[in-house]
Each structure stands twice: as structure tokens, then as C-alpha cells.
Design a protein around this ligand. Sequence first.
Ligand code: NOJ
Length: 750
Amino acid sequence: MRRIIPLFIITVSLFGCESSQQVSQDPLEQKIDSIMSKMSLTEKIGQTAQRGTSSRVKGALSEELKTAVREGRVGSLINVMNKDFVDELQRIAVEESPNGIPLIFARDVIHGFKTIFPIPLGQAATWNPELVEAGARVAAVEASTYGVRWTFAPMLDISRDPRWGRIAESPGEDPFLASELSAAYVKGFQGDDLSDPSSMVACAKHFVGYGAAEGGRDYNTAIIHEPLLRNVYLPPFKKAIEAGVQTFMSGFNELNGVPVSGNQFLLDQVLRQEWAFDGFVVSDWNSVTEMIAHGYCADEKDAAYKAARAGVDMEMTSQSYDKHLQELIDEGKLDVNQLDRMVRAILRVKFRMGLFEQPYRIDNEEVVLSEDHLKKAKDAALQSIVMLKNEEDILPLKTSQKVAVIGPLANAPLDQLGTWIFDGDQDDSVTPLTSLKEKLTANRVKVAAGLDYSRDRSTAQFSSAVNAAKQSDIVLFFAGEEAILSGEAHSRAHINLPGAQEELIKEIRKKTKKPIVLIIQAGRPIVLENILDDVDAVLMAWHPGTMGGPAIVDVLLGDYNPSGRLPVTWPKSVGQVPIYYNYKNTGRPAREESFVGIDDIPIGAWQSSLGNNSHYLDDGFRPQYPFGYGLSYTSFEYDNLKVSEDSLNSNGELKVSFELTNTGVLPGVETVQLYIRDHVGTITRPVKELKKFQRVVLNPKETKTLELTLSSSDLKFYNAENEFVLESGQFSVFVGANAQNTMKKDFWVR
Ligand code: NOJ
């Protein structure tokens, strides 16, 4: 949505304030001019206010709110979920407010509205942008029937730290995968036509650096140098603009000493000047006034000034704009042109949404939880499941095997929905237990939860779980985290299975020796170091949503061949965190050959490195599972990597070809991944960077020759001067199944 808008400046008198207003020849801008010329300062400030309540508040529509809308003192509302209230408030805005400017109703519709899809981190594990787009479309179609035309999604925060609770909402650790998904979410939410009543305006959040919270502690300080910001954290946001995103949210965090909700560099220089964004920026919930606690603003008035100056157009819930913008303008501290720019941006989006022509929601309740939506949610859950371990092909289950269904997540309809599901209803969830009972005859299923919920520490039901295991051929242990243990404000320092889950797994192993399949439903990678040897197979199902149960059961029974791939590096221990595949080499790179483990060090050893490099003595340097990893019921082999040129110039292209064979006996999907390395840079470059990926379907014994094209722009990066450059020198291209298992060829940029 980048357009050059012809503008000329005229000066108009605005209720006593001299203001220069931009007038355009663009029909949309003319409509904005026309309405702006009639608006009072109060109404303009009103457009910048987003009022709302907690998502749970019920009760009557407040008279105070109705009056505020009637007087044009509200631009948007968050969390109004009663359809009658939505209709009534919109009617008041359109029919009774001074200029009839419609409201935008907003909500966190993050991974589904009533039909809940896997958490975003799970959707990222599909590596399937089309599927993500389809899921976002379903969410928009359902939410818009309730009047929600603006969602606070997608969250595009790159996260390298699984302790951070909001990693659940993130697209993972990689800027390229996140960017592809960013575009998919935006297209899905917004649809082809913003003015279609089923279009839901997307919001790229949280701009920016929130995922780099130190120590993974929510809301914490982020320190990111500018080239890193531009190379890793900004790309998914830029891609959202290219996909037409209409709004951005400034986050809670500070970045390099300045809270992002008051950060002119980010909101003005990068977003508006460099990227030519012409939609509007909303603050996060009270993030404007929280700049006082940050120690960046003295009081509410100062916060209002700094947020408006930086480029926050609409203030979510706190009311510093409402209280202080007029005063700031009257005192000459804030230029009225700045307010005009803010209001124009908000009106621009309202016009694009067609709200002036069709302000009212269209009731379409029958689409909610429709068969088609549930099918799409199941597809997403199926494709999100990552098989991490499958010793001796213990999975899929063999016909006639008797299963013991144990663990706190086997029948946890609320928890399988995950974080941020204000409108999802646990009564709509189909749990793994329900699905297993549907698919297997009753004599094959023994059920004993063993623990009631993930944090349960009681061992009282251990013996019944052990008995169920004894009477079965194989144990299906449904483990994980309750939904409330991830998401906003839910960071964890220990990211192993909470409660007595590890203990119960060990008890079953010790007392029964039965094979155990561990099925994890969680909002983050879980540290498995204490129990990995006690289980034979591991499936990571994330929090899979409404249709999680049938999806998990299809994978267990082999009706679906698992195809998910990790969108984040899976650590062995918390001590390895932060951990990510695109790290820097260091001057003493980690090497398998030279690694000396903690127990190999002779007692009384003389102080020396013992040959160790950038390792941990106790956990080495490899993660438990690398980025991009995931197993299948079939196997794939890569071979014959070729590059079309040995060198390329600044406008060149390189064809990278290779053969991929399904060497197993089942059809399957492989996600081929192409990484590059730029060996010498004016600033050091990561050891690998994902540049392409493709999901490929192969029948047993089928070989495909595949070709991916790398262009010179794929090799560019932001240097120390923050210029996007291609530097000549040696590069490598890697192709393979994950960030650790790749074939390699070198080439040169001349
Ligand atoms: C705070 C969260 O950080 C943000 O992501 C969300 O959209 C708002 N609250 C509104 O609920």
C-alpha cells in the first residue's frame, strides 16, 4: 500500500488554532480533507482515543461511554463483545456524533476466534504460509460477524528465548520464516478487499524488540544494536507493510534506552520515513503512561507529548491524549500539524475499511465453527505437529496395540486451546482422549490421568497410572503446560515439564518397562534433559487448538505422516538459552573434535582451555534439536547439490539444484531448507541464514530434482552504517533437512 500522494499545503483556521493542512488530489485524501476541515480539536483528539474494558467485563453499556461516543471523543473500542452493544455504539457514532465518524472495534484475535487454530508458534512449525493465510481468513470471517474489524495480530516478535512466555505467540526465531508468515497473516486477516465487511485490519506488533526481553522476562529491557535490529528484528515488520498491513502497535519494552512507545527513531524515521507507512500506530495497553515507570517521562502530560511526538497515533486504554493533547497544543508544545497527521492516518484506515459506507457488522453467525473452519483448524494442527523422536519406529501405533492414556493433557479442553483465546470455548475442543475413544475399540484404551493438571505435584494417582500402563502394550503420555503458563506475563525460569510429570514418567518406566510415547502440548520448547532417555517417541503438538485431539490421534495412528519442522532451536537445558541457529562463529568456534566435557577434565588439571572453545563444559554447544528439525514416518535423502555459477555479480542469480528422494515406504512431506553463509563481512555474519524453503510431497522411492533460485538481493545485509549492501567475497550455500544437517557448496560474489 505504498503510494505517492500528491500534496500541497494550505493554511486553514481551526477553531482559533492556525494550522497548515495537507490537501491532496487523491480522492481518498480529499475525503479526509473534507472531514478534517469540519472536525473540532476535541473530535480530532477523540479519534486518537481507544477506549475499552477487560475482555471479561460484562454488564450494561455505560452511559458515560455512550456520551463520549456521542460527543466524538472516541475513535475505537477494544473488547466490546456484545453484538447489541457494538451495534448501538456504532449507531451513536454514525448518527449522533458531530461528523458521524464510525468507530473501529478491535480485539485480540490471535490464532482463531471461536474456531481456534494452533498457537502462532505451532502454526510457524507448519512452514506453510498458505495454511497460515487460510487460518487468518477463518479468524476474520468469524470475528467480523461480531463486529471485530481490527485484530491485534500478527505478533512478529523474533524470539530466541523460550523462557519468554510470549514465544507462544511468535513466529519463532528466524527473520525469513517470520517474514513469509507475516505476509500470510496480513493477507489472511485483511483479505483481498479491506472494505469487505469480513476483512479484519491486521496490526503488526510489537514494534519492536519486545522478543529480545533480557533473560526472557516479560516486559524486560531490550538492547539490540542497529544492524542486528535491521537484519533480524525488523524484516517481518517490513514484510507486513509490503503485504498491506494497515496498523502497527508500539510495544511495552524499551529499546536501547528509549521506550518504543516514545521512540521517534522507530516510529517516525524507520516506519514512516524509510518505509513510507501511511496507516496508523496504536500504543499497547497503557504503554504510553507506562513510560513514566520506565523513567522516560515525568508524568502523564509528558508521556502524551513524547508518544505523540514519536508517532503513536492512537492511545490504547490509558487516557493521556484525552487529558493533555489540547493543553500541549494550546501551550505550543505540540504542533497541531502533528495531531492532524495522526488523525489523518486513522481516518485513512477507516475510509479504506469502507466504514463510512458500511459501518455496521453483518451477522453471519452460521460461519462460526463451520465444518469448513474446523477442517482447516485440523489441517493446521496436523501440519504443526513435530515428531522429535521415534526410536525403533515405535510410532505409528500398530493395530491391535492396547494403549494406556496417561498424563494431564490427555483431556484438557481449555489448555489445548493455548494462550490468547478470549472467544474460544473449551466446550468446542475435541481432546485427544475423546478422539482415541472414537477411533479405538474400548478394550484397547485404558485411561488413568495420573495427574490432574500440568502443575499437579500429587503422587496420589501414580499407582493407578502405573496399573493402566501394565495392562497395556504402550503408554501414550500426554504431557505439557497448561495454557496459562505461556503467553503475556507468563515467563518461566525452568522450562521443563512442570509439576510431577517427570516423576510420573520415570515411575511408569521403572515399574512397567512399557514403551512410552510422550505427546507434548505446550506454548514453548520444553527442556527434556531429565526424561528423554525414559521415552521412546516424542511428538510436539504445541497448543494445537479446537481440533488438536483428532490431529494428534491421526498422527499417532499413522493416518497422517508428521511434517512439522521446528521454527525455533530446542535447547537441552535452560543454561543454553538464548539459543538460535544463526549465531556468530566467534574467534574460537565450537568444534565437536576439540570438545572436552566436564567429566573428562583431569582432577587438579592445570589452568588451560584444554582445547575447549565456545562451549559449555556440561552441555557442549549443540541444542537438543536444531532449528528446522522434524522427523517423518518415511525418510528422505538429499544428494547432488549443484550451483549454476561459481560466482555472481551484483545483479546476478544463482540456481541451486539438488535431488531429494523419499527412501521410505510411505508418502511424505519434506520441508527443504536453503541457508547461506557470507564468510567475510565488514561486520561479522551469522554461520547460517535461512533464505528459501519449500514443502515437497514425495511418494515412496520417488526422487525429485529441485531447483531454488538465489538472487543477489538475498545475499544483502545491513552493514555498520545501516546500508543494505552486497559485499563481495566467498559465500556458501547449504541445502538440507534442518539447520544442522546440510550439503554445502561454495560460490563467490565478485
Ligand atoms: C497487551 C498485549 O501486549 C498486546 O499484544 C495486546 O494486543 C493488548 N494487550 C490488547 O489486549
